[in-house]
Each structure stands twice: as structure tokens, then as C-alpha cells.
Ligand binder design. Sequence first.
Ligand code: ASP
Ligand code: MG
Length: 455
Amino acid sequence: MIVMKFGGSSVADAERIRRMGEIIRTQLPRKPVLVLSAIGDTTDHLLEAADLALRNRSVSIHLIESLHLKTMNDLGLGPAVQEAIHPLFVELRSLLTGISLIRELTGRTRDYLVSFGERLSVRITAAYFEAIGIKARPVDAWDAGFLSDANYTFADLLPETWERIPPALRPVIDEGILPVVTGFIAKDENGNITTLGRGGSDLSATVIAAAFGAEEVQVWKDVDGILTADPRLVRDARPVESVTYEEAAELAYFGAQVLHPRAMQPCMKTGTLVLVRNSFNADAPGTRIGTKSDKKTRPVQAITSRRDVTLVDIVSTRMVGQSGFLGKVFTCFAEHDLSVDMVATSEVSISLTLDAVHDLAGLKRDLGRIASVEIKTGKAIVTIIGDVHRSSQILQRAFGVCADLGIPVQMVSLGASKVNISFIVDDTQAGEVVKGLHKNYFEEPDEISGGGDQS
Ligand code: ASP
Ligand code: MG
């Protein structure tokens, strides 16, 4: 069997849902399980509705209701389907009323609220499939075996989920029915609805695929696969043929918008092939994510950037030979619950990066007891995903590009993941650097290929 996942933009309106139906029809002999996101920007609209309820005490589901009713009408779904959906709107309105009265939105309530997006999309879509002669059944994630911890808004699936999924879905598949499962959501052991983090339906799909030992999981998006760079920045960005799970995870973590960073983990364990495809251009081959990539022929796979990063420079006040300095510094970050992204060290100094969202006054005070600390905001991490064994060649060209642009590189890190070379520049210069690197690695006649600078 296979798993097919369609994201919000691939089910954004009736036309997209029809297109999805055509794609699925071709795959029916492979016994697919379908995983869906909420329609279009519904998750954002739900959060906006909560915001209005909190701030203005105004309860409005007009935008959400009209988008779903229009989609049903455009799909030719009659009053029976609309009636079946109606209780969800009633429940949603009561929930927003509750939020407007209590004026509080806890993580638990927030997850309950956004779950309506996926619950609506699977019901409408399954009804449409039935109408066009594809036997289908909507399945809420908890009825498909998804059980998570209670870390609302970013819950982790419990290990039992793996054993629970196949017996929950197999009877449906064996009846020749297409299960249409809600992505993104789960329930905790107390029966409260949880979510797996924004974009989490990728993870829902890869977990189902891995739990079944599926042949492959197809992740249908609105781009031709994983691209060599952000297409909004680099016009000539092109799809990458294949990357490894590690490369895909690093790309997601360091800013590429294509996949949820955690989505690779299940398939990495089982070796299940992940295909990223474009539902707007189904003829494009897409990107294959597996145990091997095209590194043999191309040392650089893709370039990405993570914006609005803070750089912390820490210099020990005791200078040389002080043991335990690194330990003390990292303990301090742990105590302030700060997750560090990049690190570079010397005998007496450490530079590291954090996301800019944090208030760092407390950290600065605590670190100040053992070191002098300088905090620099407005930085960006530029990440090159490629073959670290050819790092000299890759870095030579990267530094050449930066030198030509007159842009100083402020910190470098490579090695640990074996696929990621990252460096820091000013945030305002990141775009120019990514463009320059892309041009140099991918668009010039002597683009790097073959060979290697060592091993
Ligand atoms: N609908 C959710 C979101 O927008 C989950 C997803 O799309 O994967 O984040
Ligand atoms: Mg979405």
C-alpha cells in the first residue's frame, strides 16, 4: 500500500479537490491511505477567529463557514452533506463563544480549535469521492490510532501509535474503501485533542506509512519538489532529483518551507521512500527522499537561509586553560530553556546562535558571571546542504562569492551532520548571498560536479 498526503493549497478549493481526485484515481490499485490538511488557509483563519474572540469578544465564523460551504456547493455536494457537516460549525461557534467569555486561550483550547480545519476537510473530501464513485470514509486521527503526549500545540506521538495504526485502518482498506485521515491532530491519553505543530500533517502521513511498512509516501505540495533554493528569492531555483532523509530534515530545519522538520523521522527508521510531488504539475517527477541522494554527481544539493537569528559571542573572563567553561555556558542556556542552533568555539570563546524571539536579559546576566557576553541581533544563517567530504571545494566557492559581494562571513560551522555547511551573515545580506551561491553552484558553466577534494 501507499500513503498520499495533500497539503492545504492542494485542497484549497473545488477545482484543486477535483484535481486531487484525478490523481488519486490513478493510484487506487495501490491501496492508498489519504492524509489531508485543512482547506487552504483555514488553520490561520481559525487562529484569527480566536484572536478576535479574545480581543473584541466578537464571535465570527463567517469566513470559515463560507469557504467550506462554497467548496461543497462548487463540488456539487447537496444538502445531505451540508447537514452532516453542520454540527461542526455549531460546535466551533460555541467554542469561540466560550473563548470570548473566558478571554483565555490555553494550548489545549487552541488545539481543539484548530482541529476543526482537518475534521472539516476530510468529511467534505470523502463525501466528494463517494459522489464521483470512489468509495471513501473520513477518519479522525484518534480513530486511526494517533495517540500523543499532552504537549499542546507541539505534541509528540506516543510509541503505541505505531502498533495502533495498522489494525485501525486495515479493515477499511480491506473493504476496498479509501480512508481519508485528518493530518496534524491526535488525542492525548485523557482524550483531549492535540496538534503536532504547524505543518504537522506531513508527520501524520509519514507515521502511517512507516507503521504499515508502506511502499512509499507521496507528499503532494504546490511546488515541483524540494528546490535548490527558495523560488521567491532565486528565480532559477530548480527541483532536486533526490536527497537523503538527513538532508531533507536539515533543509526543513534551516528554513526550506517544503516539509515538516520532524516528518523524516518515521521513514528514516523504516527506510520508507518519500516522494515530494506537485499537485499543480503532476507530470513533474518531484523529489525522492530516501537513503541515497545524487551527491555522487552533485556535491551541493540545495541552499537555504534562516532569517532573524541572534548571535551570542561569549568570551571567558578567566582566559586560557579553564576547564568546564563549555559545560557552564551550556548549562546556562539549558536553565533559560534556550535551544542553540549553531556553535563555534575556540579555547576561550564560544559563538552561538538562537532564534530572535527570546528575551535574553536573564541569560546575559547569568553568563556575565563567567564571561563577557555580546548579543548581536539581525543575523541570518545561510545553509548549504551538500557533501561535507567536499567541503574545501564548497567553502572555497562560498567564501569567494561572499568576498566578491563584499560581505563578511561572521561564523562558520560544518561537519556534525555530514550534510550541512552553515555560516552567519547580516540578515539584510542573506538574500544576496543565497542568490550569489545559487548562481555559482548551479547556474554557471563550470558548476561543481563529479570528483572530490579528498577521500
Ligand atoms: N493545517 C495545519 C497547518 O496549517 C497542518 C498542515 O497543514 O500540515 O499548519
Ligand atoms: Mg495548512
